[in-house]
Ligand binder design. Structure first.
Ligand code: ACM
Ligand code: ZN
Length: 797
């Protein structure tokens, strides 16, 4: 048995980022270091089974370990080509780590001594389950299927140190019984907004394999580019895969006037499918219809309601021009495209998109209206006739796919109207679509924006981040997802096939940026997908993650490291009228802080317990490890007459943007230009009216508040602020009101400050109404529609 020494961190600086490598020293490792010096034997490094995703059952036993050395052989049953390939993978992984090349050999009779044996064991219950047994003589990886054996190999690969050049590997004796919780463990990649070459797609598939995932959702068509060769419609790639210009930033109306494009030939697609298959990964192709079709319409304008002309879209968003479902030629087009897709991709599920398809064109298109009439599509209280026109289209696609022995999967919008009977639903706008679908008896994959949109920011401190779409999905949030909603019955729960994260690439230009967005959030996701919920624990996960990061690091992946930064948590205390600040790191590294805006160092105040603030402060804090420091956390905490006073809202914000509730508006903390950080309350299309109790009559003469404007996200500033006061809470009198000009710049992203001054009054209660802007301005993709209003800190002086 080995005895563990305390964990410590080694910090290396690479690419201006800190990289943490946690090493777990054991007696064995020390012994092996000694051996390097005193003998000519290979040094030894020890494996640990504390990996990501955490296996369901790991039972260490006290017998002698197995040592993987140059003479170790990897064996598989004669004639089993899949296990042969698995053996080659294992040999490759061991070589990446140790530099040693172990032979893979077929055996038919007796097993050679000192070998790693790959074998099929039909008594294992789960399809993808495996057993990994290690004793002094042998390592056995058995699976019910070759897939299971592959996951056993991934476990072994992640157990051994990532960098162990020339070393023998000591595997502690163990029996691991493991299987995945969910049958669907996916990652998505949008190759339309930006194109990623075959070589990178293969690397992405390698990342899926490393994280025990089995499904790659390949988003191949969209407004900004058609990326799959379709022989019957050559213009889809000749014209549809190229755009002449691309908008700069968040739909700024300014363009980079440069051709951008790319597509995959059918030969390349076959090559990628085969590459994925070897790694037990199914590729689900997506042809997004009937919306998100501008690239196809640019190539074949006759398939749209207006006949065009159309442009391969240079902007980001949702566009009114969609396929014309009244046109028989369009229905034939859908069938023809799906026919080639089915021919190429062996996946049972074929994704037909179905998201974000506006009805505007259909409402006024004579052909679409004629189709509605001819098919007897009727509006009811919940759905328009045009909603049912999309259903009509989806059902035709489903019938076609079923006729080819396949099943349809689509985004949760396909529930609107009458969902195609056999469809699987990908729930993205939250969990609700998935819940509704499971209750209707449909299979479901959970991909909610709240937890699994990896294009969203991973930190609230976005100033040092590459430009992103917005949102906020930190590592811990990903980890916290429970894909099976508690409201479902036992029977309904069986329809939740699993979970997937989506990576939309409007703002993601290359593979290195893809890696930054998905790593290590894929690690958190894979534990959601694989490990039974009662065994999950975020704190424990963060102690296992550094070992996986050693692999990322060795393979020169550009992974994000926010999880190791210093975190400041601010807790409002309305009783003491104090803000309590907690500082933490996942490894309890020593933290230091100042309150006067000066840069903290190891000589500053050491953080020992929560800091209780009752007056304004300019906090700066840092954690210092033996090999370097974290980024400095800075926060200006401002006290005024309203800070931490009891506050009530007349109408609650949208639940998605409620966070800590009304207190957010008087918690002494201000939001930045990212609306989803928890600092802003989001009101969809109505005013924010807050009543604040100052406690006793207090003289006031000024009120200010803030709104974040993010036009790309349909968020506008305030159109006015009014202030009323009261002594008793029953009657209020207005003391000031002021209007503010509406935003007209459709690319604006900023924090706005609104101030109202008035003659001094005495007041015990103050009511502040922040008025919403009525409509998105001319030229905006949502022109005329109601924007969101996001409000923060109300200050009273
Ligand atoms: C989606 O994010 N439009 C599915
Ligand atoms: Zn039409």
């Amino acid at each position: 048995m080995q005895v563990d020494f305390p964990i410590f961190f080694v910090l290396l600086k690479r690419n201006h980022q800190y990289q943490f490598i946690m090493k777990k020293l054991t007696h064995t490792t020390l012994l092996s270091l000694a051996l390097v010096f005193f003998s000519c034997q290979s040094p030894k490094q020890e494996a640990t089974y504390q990996i990501v995703p955490l296996p369901q059952e790991v039972v260490l036993n006290p017998s002698d370990p197995f040592v993987i050395g140059s003479d170790t052989r990897i064996v598989y049953p004669q004639g089993n080509d899949l296990l042969k390939r698995n053996a080659e993978f294992l040999s490759g992984y061991l070589q990446e780590s140790t530099g040693k090349v172990l032979q893979a050999e077929a055996v038919s009779g007796n097993l050679p001594a000192h070998s790693i044996v790959l074998t099929i064991d039909p008594t294992i219950e789960q399809e993808e389950g495996y057993k990994l047994q290690v004793n002094n003589e042998q390592v056995t990886i058995s699976g019910k299927t070759p897939n299971g054996v592959f996951y056993g190999i991934q476990t072994l690969r992640k157990s051994i140190p990532a960098v162990a050049k020339g070393a023998d590997i000591v595997l502690p004796a163990v029996e691991i019984n493991d299987y995945p919780r969910f049958v669907y463990r996916g990652m998505h990649l949008d190759v339309c907004r930006h194109f990623f070459p075959v070589e990178f797609v293969k690397e992405y598939i390698d990342l899926l394999a490393l994280h025990n995932m089995n499904t790659f959702h390949w988003h191949l068509t969209d407004d900004q580019g058609w990326r799959i060769e379709i022989k019957k419609y050559p213009k889809l790639t000749e014209i549809g895969s190229q755009r002449n210009r691309t908008v700069i930033g968040h739909n700024t109306n300014e363009y980079e006037e440069k051709n951008y494009g790319g597509f995959y030939t059918q030969e390349q697609i076959k090559e990628v499918i085969a590459y994925a298959q070897e790694r037990y990964i199914t590729i689900i192709p997506e042809v997004d219809l009937p919306g998100h079709m501008l690239a196809a319409l640019a190539a074949y304008p006759e398939l749209g309601c207006t006949g065009g002309p159309y442009e391969v879209c240079p902007d980001w968003g949702v566009f009114e021009d969609v396929l014309c479902i009244g046109n028989d030629q369009t229905l034939q087009f859908i069938e023809d495209v799906l026919a080639e897709v089915v021919e190429l991709f062996p996946s049972k599920l074929i994704h037909i998109g179905g998201d974000e398809s506006p009805r505007d064109r259909w409402k006024v298109c004579p052909k679409c209206q004629a189709r509605i009439k001819a098919e007897g599509l009727k509006a009811d209280a919940k759905h328009s006739a045009e909603d049912r026109l999309q259903t009509y289209c989806t059902r035709l696609a489903e019938q076609f796919l079923n006729s080819k022995g396949r099943r349809l999967i689509g985004w949760d919008e396909i529930l609107e109207g009458d969902v195609a009977p056999d469809a699987t639903i990908m729930s993205w706008r939250g969990m609700e679509g998935g819940i509704q679908a499971a209750q209707l008896g449909h299979d479901v994959v959970m991909t909610p924006t709240s937890h699994l949109y990896f294009d969203y920011y991973q930190t609230t401190d976005t100033k040092d981040e590459p430009l992103g779409i917005g949102g906020y999905v930190p590592l811990e949030k990903v980890y916290s997802l429970e894909p099976v909603p508690a409201v479902l019955t036992e029977e309904e729960r069986t329809h939740i096939l699993g979970a997937q994260a989506n990576l939309w690439t409007e703002y993601i230009l290359d593979g290195k940026h893809v890696e930054y967005m998905v790593l290590p959030r894929m690690a958190a996701l894979c534990e959601v997908q694989w490990t039974e919920p009662e065994k999950k624990n975020y704190q424990d996960f963060t102690t296992r993650l550094p070992r996986l990061m050693e692999i990322y690091s060795r393979d020169q992946r550009n992974f994000a490291q926010h999880a190791y930064e210093l975190k400041a948590t601010f807790i409002p205390d309305t009783v003491k009228r104090a803000i309590v600040v907690e500082l933490s790191t996942i490894d309890d590294a020593p933290a230091y802080y100042t309150l006067d805006g000066s840069t903290p160092t190891a000589s500053s105040t050491r953080y020992q317990e929560p800091i209780v603030l009752t007056q304004s402060a300019d906090l700066q804090a840092i954690a210092i490890r033996s090999t370097g420091s974290t980024k400095v956390v800075t926060e200006k905490i401002g006290f005024n007459k309203a800070t931490l006073c009891p506050i009530e809202l007349k109408t609650q914000p949208n639940p998605k943007y409620t966070f800590q509730g009304a207190i957010t508006l008087v918690d002494g903390l201000k939001g930045n230009d990212s609306y989803a950080t928890g600092r802003w309350l989001g009101f969809p299309g109505y005013d924010a009216e807050a009543t604040i109790r100052l406690g006793k009559p207090t003289e006031i003469s000024k009120v200010s508040t803030h709104a974040v404007v993010d036009m790309g996200a349909w968020i506008m500033g305030a159109s006015g602020v009014s202030v009323s006061v009261s002594d008793d809470g029953n009657t209020f009198r207005e003391v000031a009101t002021k209007e503010f000009p509406s935003d007209t710049d459709i690319s604006k992203k900023a924090v706005e400050n609104y101030e109202v001054e008035f003659a001094p009054v005495q007041a015990a209660l103050v009511r502040v109404t922040v008025k919403h802007s009525p409509a998105l301005p001319k030229g905006h993709s949502g022109e005329g529609k109601a924007p969101y209003l996001f409000v923060d800190e109300i200050e009273i002086d």
